[in-house]
Design a protein around this ligand. Structure first.
Ligand code: ARG
Ligand code: ASP
Length: 720
């Protein structure tokens, strides 16, 4: 057909196609949609306006979205402050309320009435009241030629002034963040509620169905949701937990659509994406995937194998290590996907081509040439200089994170340093706080598991890090133990005072000065001190110096790209845990030659994956029964129960729990993941294969209503 289309029309089609190629990339600032995106969004099918999404004069969609604990997103879905987020976002809270007797992780939890809703100290929900562009004021005192340090200090002074004088209510907070690598600054007035209670969660065999095997994978069949409720003081304002608090009456609650979506339908996701780096030079992309991802994967591979072995044998360890395992495995797998995705889509080649393009345009314009010539080359050079230090940093931080004896040692050092700063007179009070803060840690700690991880990871660390980076003190200790992780670990776990809460207590019960001097005699603290010293002296100092140069150039390069490439590309700021809107279309993709993935999954797929008794793929009897009877109520379509779907929304970590909205701004699903082939979207979004994964809202409601029978929650919702 193509050849019969008249030329001008063809050109138009091509232009539209070219535009679509990047139309779905980007995490946009909600207050800028009307100027930058509204037209395109409407062109893609959106039926509402930008001011329905962000409006400071009346309730709008943004008033239903919260940052959930700072690590996920959640949305208000009822006039009584009911919150919807992912199961994996509520996981920690659910785990803390679980025990072997009352295993809510395993069996699910449903508060049958308000009094059964469970408080979660430390958990919070933050609304965005208003976003202001304060770039001009923030950069007012910046002068050309200032060092990075000087520049930052004049900016910080300005930001402080702005924070003091900004218009806000007494219960509201202010947060300022740099955007576009520090070329722009935005201020956020926020409202944080700290009484957030657990309302409901499905069993893990639904909420975490497929577990780590299916994590980051499409086709997916996970009912990844849980429900919480925001409580406020009687005046509706944020208040610390009290049994007298009342459910929040929100400014805006989402309407839910049971209609589902079809291929190419417009969708939009609003939430708090954490971090992306889309504007790196090619050298940095190469380093990220070939060196840094590889280092972290290497360490986690080893730690995870050991934990998995224990979890499969021991029910107690399974509960203790479930959340830790999931956390460690999550990025381990993501980085592997990223490495593969960049390779498969020729991400580095495409960056190089983009850089060629940029160079040509930049050099053809005398003003740009004067300002930006050499910036990209210097940046690439600094990235190659930083590589060995960045690699050493990643090995070191993975070691201290995964060997928990080292994590405790590290926390002990930080605590003793704090005492030193505040005065030794404070020691006793601070000691009690420190011990109390370590209590939850030991509840989920098993020294045998940790010992085995230590054997493996110290061997890897010593092999991967050039001796000069690990430092002389580490070399000495390593030598004393025959350069062998097992000899070293056997001694550490037999003799150290950090392996149990009782031993730790006895250790810090001594006078401050004795504790400090024994830090070099206890074998574990001695090793941690040695490694920390090695890291500070030989890695973090040079790393920080080179990083300052990179930050400076990266900011200039960002501005340069925005000046030079603006006709070719729309520029959105990298994710930085602030509220964003991303939009795309429901669509499948072709992951590899001859394979096509559809965009919807159904309960039939859950049953295909079902392995009775398996810890990842078991299915609860009640769900099987509903499936057999096709008892889907109003949530099924044509005798089938939709479970998950994918679209081309540009999301990242932190977007979990974000609402998936249709063209009318109605809730159709809950974002929780991305596809394996597309996890490189954090450094190199490719609309051909990058997809976000959402659980269909009808599956969520089917589980609440038909599976759990918690109809009191369904009665709160606005359904369409
Ligand atoms: N990959 C998703 C995200 O990054 C989900 C993680 C939770 N699920 C899991 N099986 N670990 O957070
Ligand atoms: N699963 C991620 C989250 O928890 C979302 C993603 O990385 O796509 O935020």
């Amino acid at each position: 057909m193509l050849q019969r289309i008249a030329k001008p029309v063809l050109l138009l089609v091509l232009l539209v196609l070219a535009r679509q190629a990047y139309a779905t990339e980007g995490m946009w600032l909600p207050q800028l949609l009307s100027g930058l995106n509204e037209k395109e969004m409407k062109g893609m099918g959106m039926k509402i306006t930008a001011s329905d999404i962000y409006n400071i004069n009346k309730g709008s969609l943004k008033d239903a979205i919260v940052s959930f604990g700072g690590f996920c997103t959640a949305e208000v879905i009822s006039e009584q402050g009911l919150l919807l987020t992912n199961h994996h976002c509520g996981y920690d809270a659910i785990q803390k309320h679980s025990s072997l007797q009352n295993n809510f992780l395993e069996n699910g939890f449903w508060a049958k009435s308000a009094v059964e809703e469970l408080p979660n100290p430390g958990l919070f929900a933050t609304f965005i009241v208003r976003i202001d562009d304060i770039t001009k004021a923030a950069l007012q005192d910046v002068k050309p030629g200032m060092s990075e340090k000087e520049r930052q200090s004049v900016i910080d002074r300005r930001l402080n002034d702005i924070k003091q004088t900004v218009r806000r209510e007494s219960w509201q907070d202010v947060m300022i963040k740099p955007f576009y690598e520090g070329n722009q600054y935005f201020l956020f007035v926020t409202e944080t509620y700290r009484d957030v209670r657990l309302v409901g969660a499905p069993p893990s065999s639904i909420g975490k169905f497929g577990s780590d095997t299916d994590n980051w994978v499409w086709p997916r069949h996970t009912g990844d949701f849980s429900m919480f409720r925001i409580y406020a003081g009687k005046d509706g304002r944020p208040a610390p937990y009290s049994k007298d608090n009342v459910p929040l009456k929100p400014k805006y609650a989402l309407t839910i659509s049971l209609k589902g979506v079809k291929q190419n339908d417009f969708t939009m996701v609003m939430g708090f994406p954490g971090r992306t780096t889309e504007y790196l030079p090619s050298e940095a992309v190469k380093q990220t995937v070939e060196v840094l991802d590889a280092a972290k994967v290497d360490m986690r591979d080893a730690a995870l194998k050991i934990i998995d072995g224990y979890m499969r044998k021991d029910q107690q360890i399974k509960i203790q290590y479930a959340a830790k395992y999931a956390g460690t495995a999550n990025y381990w797998k993501k980085w592997m996907g990223e490495m593969q995705g960049v390779k498969q889509t020729n991400g580095i080649g495409k960056k190089l081509q983009y850089e060629d393009n940029y160079r040509q345009l930049m050099e053809a314009n005398p003003v740009w040439k004067q300002k930006y010539s050499g910036v990209l080359d210097s940046l690439n050079l600094y990235y190659s200089q930083i590589q060995p230090y960045a690699q050493a940093r990643d090995y070191y931080s993975e070691l201290v994170k995964n060997v928990e004896l080292f994590t405790v040692g590290d926390r002990l050092i930080t605590f003793l340093n704090d005492v030193h700063e505040r005065g030794e007179g404070q020691y006793e009070t601070m000691r009690e706080q420190f011990l109390a803060s370590m209590q939850p840690f030991y509840q989920n700690y098993n020294a045998k598991v940790d010992h085995d991880i230590c054997v493996s990871l110290t061997n890897l660390y010593a092999k991967a890090i050039p001796a000069r980076y690990a430092g002389n003190e580490f070399a000495q200790i390593w030598q004393e133990h025959n350069r062998d992780g097992r000899t070293l670990s056997d001694k550490l776990y037999a003799l150290s005072g950090l392996t149990s809460p009782e031993k730790l207590k006895a250790f810090v019960q001594q006078p401050y000065n004795t504790v400090v001097s024994q830090m070099w005699t206890d074998p574990a603290t001695r090793l941690v001190m040695a490694m920390r010293k090695g890291f500070v002296d030989n890695v973090s100092k040079p790393l920080a110096d080179i990083q300052a140069n990179i930050n400076n150039l990266q900011r200039t390069y960002m501005q340069a790209q925005m000046d030079v490439m603006s006709s070719k590309k729309a520029f959105y700021p990298d994710a930085n845990s602030t509220l964003r809107v991303t939009y795309g279309k429901v669509d499948g993709y072709n992951p590899r030659d001859a394979i096509h993935y559809d965009f919807y999954t159904y309960l039939d797929g859950v049953m295909e994956k079902y392995v009775p008794g398996d810890y990842e793929f078991d299915v609860p009897a009640r769900l099987i029964e509903l499936y057999k009877k096709k008892d889907y109520g109003r949530y099924g379509v044509n005798g089938k129960m939709p479970v998950c779907f994918i679209a081309s929304n540009h999301t990242t970590g932190g977007n979990s729990g974000s609402p998936a909205l249709d063209a009318h701004g109605h809730l159709i699903g809950l974002n929780f993941d991305r596809t394996w082939e597309g996890t490189m979207s954090d450094i190199n979004f490719d609309p051909a294969i990058c997809r976000n994964i959402m659980v269909d809202i009808r599956y969520v409601l089917f589980i609440v209503d038909k599976y759990a029978g918690c109809t009191r929650l369904i009665d709160e919702l606005k359904l369409q």
